[in-house]
Design a binder for this molecule. Structure first.
Ligand SMILES: CCCCCCCC/C=C\CCCCCCCCCCC/C=C/C(=O)SCCNC(=O)CCNC(=O)[C@H](O)C(C)(C)COP(=O)(O)OP(=O)(O)OC[C@H]1O[C@@H](n2cnc3c(N)ncnc32)[C@H](O)[C@@H]1OP(=O)(O)O
Ligand code: FAD
Length: 667
């Protein structure tokens, strides 16, 4: 069943790979994106963006200064949100942005990712009616300003204050110290004229904790900062350099009472405070991004896997057998072991990302009806997924980069930028070590509920089950039963780690430590339990997807799932062995199966990444291009370097030539 990416003029090695494909690549892509129609729309958008002269890049962004890159990005954003706005559905917008602008951010990123979601879910009806239509029409641009120079994680200690003044019915927003300046918010520096600002709410001298307020930062006509406001860009970063992450200081800036986001927590004109139905509803914008970033991080890993796989099929280096031809580097077992697990993990993350987005939508529905009971489960899951997926993705992209040898180090590969953008996810929306502890808190409750025989939500139902003996390697050749045996072993391991961490914690408390200090003494184990809980969720989610997939792609998905499970288990072998649930022989069996999987997947590797359906423009990689014609493209790319505008650079004329001349004349 040949892959439909084949076209005349392509690199013959890639064509051969695609001709030997055993599944329908369109069918898998349609499954990944939800339907044939969605797949067609995806292609349509890619083609139309490529054909739109307003999106044409005279030279690649890699060769632009930061200011010019920001300019180009802003120009394209205007085109998207004016010309294209009514041509795409909201759910198609991220793809359009990726295609047209790229992944380093754009002026309206935080407007969409956090400003609109905060207003949607936290502004009361009056404020929403006034501000949302303007924000949705891009009459104003907003961001979400929470993190300060001195505090990002520990929100309870944020220093920015919003003090209620009953006499004028206003809040006075103030930055009391240098380190209280807001620092990091995306698009705060130069683009936004409004922000949702997170401040400690102070009423009658009492601190009621972090709450969100809508603050105008710049004049709508001139875009100059308003009186009392100091705002700017924090400077260059590893990546996201077309995003103006910013700083902000507010010097006793007054805003009307109704600009507090009061859908959940409220302050009445006389200063009476009404708390929300759940104490953390003010943190909703973070949960929103955490729930959505899983999928987008899956896509970043998918890109890297696509680049590394295609390039490895095109690149020939060395011989496996003496006298044989130089081989495609994809034939080396080590190369397959580096790259194929990244393909499997990318699919796993994308599937989990789709499930968690659905779970988020259900939770929001509940909250809208006054029920926040699904929130703790969602918070635990999104915190765990956010941490595991960003770390896995970072390692994976870096493996893909290294697997491309020297060319992987060049920006031409697209991989260094991809890594820079992706790795930010380990830090933003809650640093990973911190968020894993949020998951662990929930697991510790789950362990207690299970002991008490209480009912458990689906994501922690495994805590209430009993372990049998591990059947890995003992269930014969039936792949379905093998998958189940491995999932049961993962369940056992996740349960065992959670119970062990809980017991370690209790032991320290019984030994005389307070709960919090005892917690700090067991957080490495707590975070291990959280990671395995999350990895179990991902494996279960992949399994659900496999079981519901059409027969035309079931076999290749099953092969991929086998590789995924075998790789994850070998990677977590320490946990499987630690309590003797598995023995050394079983780990050896898993390794043997993993090496078999590499051979099984080899003929379909290129086609599996083709099914990610990432256009050349979106991939932005000379090495990963669909046609595989990388060498000519590498030369054309390098010729655009500004160092090549002249044959003799001023730096050479001014310093190196005189130095050489001087040295010659000394002889
Ligand atoms: C025309 C068409 C229009 C459509 C257009 C669409 C266009 C779309 C285009 C593109 C899309 C956008 C593109 C996206 C690009 C995005 C790029 C990336 C953006 C990156 C942005 C980054 C932003 C940020 O980083 S914002 C700052 C984030 N900061 C943090 O995350 C701080 C981390 N800290 C915390 O969250 C908390 O402080 C804490 C959790 C660490 C601890 O909090 P604390 O108050 O101390 O609470 P604690 O005592 O520990 O816990 C008390 C209980 O509360 C529970 N809990 C804590 N947090 C939450 C929560 N969020 N939700 C629910 N429950 C929570 C906690 O578990 C405790 O529970 P328990 O029962 O008591 O155990
Ligand atoms: C690319 C990018 C975009 C961002 N965009 C935004 C934005 O739009 N809006 C916004 O408000 N913020 C934004 N941020 C800020 C981001 O949310 C914070 O950097 C993040 O929450 C971490 O906080 P921190 O920097 O204060 O780290 P710190 O809290 O100082 O953490 C430093 C280290 O200390 C350790 N640590 C801290 N607390 C604990 C703990 N309780 N237990 C164990 N270890 C701990 C961790 O190892 C951590 O890595 C962005 C950051 C980045 C990198």
């Amino acid at each position: 069943m040949p892959n439909r990416c084949i076209r005349p003029g392509d690199n013959p090695d890639l064509t051969k790979e695609r001709e030997t494909c055993t599944f329908d690549t369109d069918e898998l892509a349609a499954n990944l994106y939800g339907s044939r129609r969605n797949l067609e729309r995806r292609r349509e958008i890619s083609q139309k963006v490529s054909a739109d002269p307003d999106f044409a890049d005279p030279i690649p962004h890699e060769f632009l200064s930061r200011e010019k890159a920001v300019d180009a990005t802003a120009k394209k954003s205007k085109v998207i949100f004016q010309k294209w706005k009514n041509l795409v559905k909201p759910e198609e917008m991220p793809h359009l942005v990726n295609e047209a602008v790229g992944i380093q951010g754009f002026p309206l990123a935080l407007h969409h990712a956090m400003f609109l979601p905060s207003l949607n879910s936290q502004a009361d009806d009056d404020l929403a009616a006034e501000i949302l239509p303007r924000a949705k029409a891009y009459e104003i641009i907003g961001t979400y300003a929470q993190t300060e120079m001195g505090h990002g994680t520990n929100l309870r200690e944020l220093e920015t204050t919003a003090t209620y003044d009953k006499t004028t019915q206003e809040f006075v927003i103030n930055t009391p110290t240098r380190k209280a300046m807001k620092w990091w918010p995306g698009n705060l520096g130069k683009m936004s004229n409004y922000a949702v600002v997170c401040c400690q709410l102070i009423i009658d001298g009492k601190n009621l904790g972090p709450h969100n307020f809508l603050v105008q930062l710049r004049c709508e006509k001139t875009h100059e900062p308003l009186p009392g406001i100091t705002v700017g860009d924090i400077g260059p970063k590893i990546a996201y350099n077309t995003t103006d992450n910013g700083f902000l200081a507010l010097d006793n800036v007054r805003i009307p009472r109704r600009q507090m986001l009061m859908k959940h927590a409220k302050v009445s004109p006389d200063g009476t405070y009404t708390p929300p139905i759940h104490a953390k509803l003010n943190y909703g914008a973070m949960v929103h991004v955490r729930a959505h970033m899983i999928y987008s991080h899956g896509h970043l890993l998918a890109r890297a896997a696509a680049v590394a796989t295609r390039y490895s099929a095109v690149r020939r280096q060395g011989r496996i057998e003496n006298g044989g031809p130089e081989v495609q580097i994809l034939d080396y077992q080590t190369q397959q072991h580096r790259i194929f697990p990244q393909i499997a993990r990318a699919y796993a993350i994308l599937f989990a990302g789709q499930e968690v987005r659905d779970q988020y939508a259900k939770t929001l529905e509940g909250i809208a009806n006054g029920q926040a009971d699904l929130l703790p489960d969602l918070h635990a899951l999104t915190s765990g997924l956010k941490s595991v997926v960003t770390f896995m993705g970072g390692l994976g992209i870096e493996q893909c980069r290294m697997s491309c040898g020297g060319h992987g180090y060049s920006d031409a590969s697209g991989l260094p930028k991809l890594y820079g953008v992706q790795i930010g996810g380990c830090t933003y929306e809650g640093e990973n070590m911190v968020m894993l502890q949020q998951t662990a808190r929930y697991l510790m409750k789950g362990v207690k509920w299970a002991e008490q025989g209480k009912s458990l939500s689906p994501s922690i139902a495994y805590l209430g089950k009993k372990s049998g003996k591990s059947l890995i390697g003992l269930k014969g050749g039936d792949i379905t039963r093998e998958h189940e045996a491995i999932l049961e072993t993962l369940e056992h391991t996740a349960r065992r780690l959670a119970i062990d961490a809980s017991q370690l914690w209790e032991k320290r408390i019984k030994g005389g430590e307070c709960k919090e200090r005892a917690w700090n003494g067991v957080t490495v184990e707590m975070n291990r339990a959280s990671r395995v809980y999350t990895r179990l969720f991902m494996a279960r989610s992949f399994h659900r997807r496999l079981l519901s997939s059409p027969s035309s792609i079931r076999s290749v998905l099953s092969d991929l799932f086998s590789l995924y499970l075998h790789y994850e288990c070998v990677d977590m072998a320490q946990h499987l062995l630690e309590d003797g649930h598995c023995n050394g022989g079983q780990i050896q069996y898993l390794k043997k199966r993993l090496y078999e999987d590499l051979t099984t997947l080899r003929p379909n590797a290129v086609s599996l990444v083709d099914s990610f359906e990432i256009s050349d423009r979106e991939l932005n990689s000379v090495l990963g291009r669909r046609d595989g014609n990388v060498y000519e493209a590498l030369f054309q790319w390098a010729k655009q370097s500004e160092l090549n505008y002249t044959d003799v650079l001023p730096a050479v004329k001014n310093y190196m030539m005189p130095m050489m001349e001087e040295n010659r004349s000394k002889l």
